[in-house]
Design a protein around this ligand. Structure first.
Ligand code: AMP
Length: 190
């Protein structure tokens, strides 16, 4: 089962990625998490990506693709994987397709979590207030939402074309949403 999860900020993407991965016995792989862990450990890769990430930019495709290729070659990815935060560009979509095709595989499903954006902005604002995060104001939250749409729209269009895009209502209880996602994945065999 080779899956991708996408969703706007605050949609609970990371939480659902972890739940779905556990339920299907596959690893959840977040490229952002891999980069952050390298920065923390002070690796060569960490040093190369730190300034890019701080500025909110994208790590170049060449580097990101290499990281993903290495990670997907590990034994735990044999039964499949769930990618979170990758692909983010059309170049990455093409690279992933080619990488999987080498072994006769393909992306089985791309889950797009949909949310009520007004409610989500409010929830993020409440959380920011509790955590005292001054950077999470309404303007930056709305900006992140807008960026999400401009960035992912071309990618979801490609996957819709391939017939693998599934939209799942991300509103409600965490377990309820996990059940909804699991339900649409039952007849996926790639
Ligand atoms: P995330 O945790 O997915 O929000 O990613 C945090 C940061 O890591 C992003 O803002 C980018 O700087 C970098 N990053 C993560 N995934 C990718 C990707 N697929 N392509 C390029 N940069 C990425």
């Amino acid at each position: 089962m080779r899956l991708i999860i996408m969703g706007p900020p605050g949609a609970g993407k990371g939480t659902q990625a972890a739940h779905i991965a556990t339920r299907f016995g596959i690893p959840a792989i977040s490229t952002g998490e891999i980069f952050r862990s390298n920065i923390k450990r002070g690796t060569e890769l960490g040093k190369r990506v730190e300034s890019i990430m701080v500025a909110g930019g994208y790590v170049p495709d060449e580097l990101t693709n290499e990281i993903v290729e290495d990670r997907l070659a590990q034994a735990d990815c044999e039964p499949g994987f769930l990618l979170d935060g990758y692909p983010r560009t059309t170049g990455q979509v093409e690279f992933l397709d080619e990488l999987l095709a080498r072994d006769g595989h393909r992306v089985g499903a791309v889950i797009e979590l949909t949310v009520d954006e007004e409610a989500t902005v409010q929830r993020l604002l409440d959380r920011a207030a509790v955590q005292g995060r001054a950077d999470d104001n309404e303007e930056t939250i709305r900006e992140r939402m807008a960026i999400y749409h401009t960035e992912t729209a071309p990618l979801t269009a490609i996957y819709a074309d391939h017939g693998v895009l599934v939209r799942v209502d991300g509103m409600g209880d965490i377990d309820e949403v996990t059940d909804r996602i699991a339900a649409v994945l039952t007849d996926i065999d790639d």
